[in-house]
Write a new protein. Structure first.
Length: 197
């Protein structure tokens, strides 16, 4: 009887550990890029075309500030709520763009799914592309919020000025971890696309 009382908690711990490891950042493919320059937490990267599943909301919509509900709409798309009822692998990062007129949340589509052709989404999810681009990046840890994002954006702009890089379009915010990840372990990034000379 005592042995069973020890085995059950042990199995629960093992199952929980397997769940968290199998759904962690380390187990999730990340959008490919080439690093051009690294300086501390700053990077200059080159990305090839990124294929995205995207939900967009006008800024007049109260949900647009935090993109409320958008993650689950995107998750349902990759979980099979599409024209072919086809599951698509999760990748990182989740990309959020907050513009003056509209905001969006995007999942990057895995190359294996892009190669065979993506299924048509249903509802508010749309397919989009980000063309090849150089991106200036500042990585930061912790739980992200509007104040921290504003501070990191200012720091990235300062670094870009020093590097003689000109930003274009609106900033992007990239999030790499599932919601159950402890704050200090989270990887976040602010990204600014670089205007080509």
């Amino acid at each position: 009887m005592n042995r069973i009382l020890w085995i059950i908690p042990g199995l629960i711990v093992l199952a929980a550990g397997f769940f968290f490891v199998s759904n962690s950042r380390a187990a999730t493919p990340t959008a490919a890029y080439k690093t051009i320059k690294t300086e501390g937490d700053f990077e200059l990267r080159a990305y090839e075309t990124l294929h995205l599943a995207k939900v967009t909301l006008p800024t007049s919509d109260k949900r647009s500030k935090n993109m409320d509900g958008s993650f689950m709409k995107l998750f349902r798309f990759i979980d099979g709520q599409n024209e072919r009822e086809e599951k698509i692998s999760m990748t990182t990062p989740v990309i959020v763009e907050r513009g003056e007129k509209e905001s969006s949340m995007s999942f990057v589509m895995p190359e294996t799914s892009v190669a065979k052709g993506l299924p048509t989404p249903k509802g508010e999810v749309k397919l989009a592309q980000m063309p090849p681009v150089k991106i200036a990046v500042l990585r930061f840890a912790g739980v992200s919020n509007s104040q921290k994002e504003a501070e990191k954006l200012t720091a990235l702009l300062t670094w870009m000025t020093k590097e003689k890089l000109t930003p274009e379009l609106t900033p992007l915010f990239a999030f790499y971890d599932p919601p159950w990840t402890l704050g200090f372990m989270r990887r976040n990034e602010v990204l600014l696309r670089v205007k080509e000379k």
